[in-house]
Design a protein around this ligand. Structure first.
Ligand code: DP6
Length: 333
């Protein structure tokens, strides 16, 4: 078993943690998994049981600005509001940043703005940790590649290793105990017509974190033993669908993968369900629309919100059918 500190020392081999740039601002997009990461083989290093594949959400993500402070304490603003050291977010942020600082130095003034609701199953921690490692890369002048930053971001939150790139990213789960082969790999393809619709059922903090939920599922759900096979089949179908621009296959495999992940949770002890009445109604609506020949699919993460998958030519229909939907265009081309 390796510690986070050992892995960081490996990735940063020979690089210093002396401040090179006192001020900077970076951005990382959130990502939505089409084939999910659910369950770890190493909880310290966030090493997954299976590979996963995501699409980044372009302008939806985290802006991270920092400035070195000549003061006793760090300062943090989250979405424009100052938060103190008792705040969950503050603690999670600095337990990560302190893996890289020496004796909590330098003190930092940090401003994080998330353009996606925090902790509502909308992948805010993924873009958050990815933006932090990008910020540290500037602060310390490491000049690390996105792949190296992906290894570091994973130590904050697994899905963050996919948020270093735009577009489709596969997280190769790897087999090494030190996780040096467990990182995001961007796929060299674009799908300009693809759209993601965000349906917000609640922006409240989730009742149980994905971290805890996936651990309980892995330990107690009889269905979990089938999960790796499910992922292998869905991932293969998604990758072929992407290469061939076959939207039906992409939608079917992505939706099936999300349903399978939630099924593993329902079989856990205690049972875990992230859906609420709105989620259930939208799922029924999507299924009905498909019966009426409308190509729209959904995916759902560890929260009640639903993400619709559809193509550009259905933009107006989707807006009419789901008036509160927020539509994302993952590719700017
Ligand atoms: C359902 O990356 O938040 O969104 O590694 O414990 O921080 P930790 O978990 P996290 O889990 C994300 C789970 C998911 C599926 C996915 O994004 O692949």
């Amino acid at each position: 078993m390796y510690s986070k500190e050992q892995i960081i020392a490996n990735v940063l081999a020979g690089k210093s943690n002396v401040v090179q740039q006192e001020k900077g601002a970076v951005y990382a997009p959130a990502n939505i998994a089409l084939c999910k990461y659910w369950g770890k083989r190493d909880r310290t290093l966030n090493l997954p049981m299976t590979p996963s594949l995501s699409i980044s959400l372009a302008q939806k993500g985290s802006h991270f600005a920092f400035e070195v402070l000549n003061e006793e304490k760090d300062r943090v603003k989250l979405n424009g509001i100052a938060i103190d050291a008792q705040h969950d977010f503050y603690q999670r942020l600095f337990s990560f940043i302190n893996l890289f600082r020496r004796n909590d130095e330098p003190r930092l003034n940090i401003d994080i703005t998330s353009t996606i609701p925090i902790a509502a199953g909308l992948a805010s921690s993924a873009s958050g940790f990815a933006s932090v490692v990008k910020g540290l890369n500037i602060l310390y002048g490491w000049q690390l590649s996105c792949s190296e930053l992906s290894l570091l971001a994973r130590l904050g939150s697994g899905s963050a290793c996919r948020s270093l790139w735009d577009g489709f990213v596969e997280w190769q789960h790897g087999s090494r105990d030190d996780g040096m082969d467990s990182l995001g790999i961007p796929l060299d393809l674009v799908w300009p017509q693809l759209r993601i619709g965000l349906l917000l059922a609640s922006s409240d903090k989730k009742s149980i974190s994905s971290r805890e939920a996936m651990a309980i599922t892995k330990q107690t759900s009889p269905l979990y033993s089938l999960w790796p096979e499910q992922v292998a089949a869905d991932l293969a179908m998604i990758k072929t669908a992407l290469a061939e621009k076959n939207f039906t296959d992409l939608g079917e495999a992505s939706e099936r993968n999300a349903i399978a992940m939630h099924a593993t949770m329902l079989e856990a002890t205690p049972a875990i369900s992230y859906s609420n009445a709105k989620t259930a109604a939208w799922v029924q609506q999507v299924w009905q629309l498909r019966q009426d020949n409308m190509p729209v699919y959904f995916t759902q993460d560890a929260g009640p919100n639903l993400k619709l998958l559809f193509l550009e030519d259905r933009y107006t229909d989707i807006l009419q059918l789901f008036p509160d939907v927020e539509i994302i265009k993952p590719f700017s081309v």
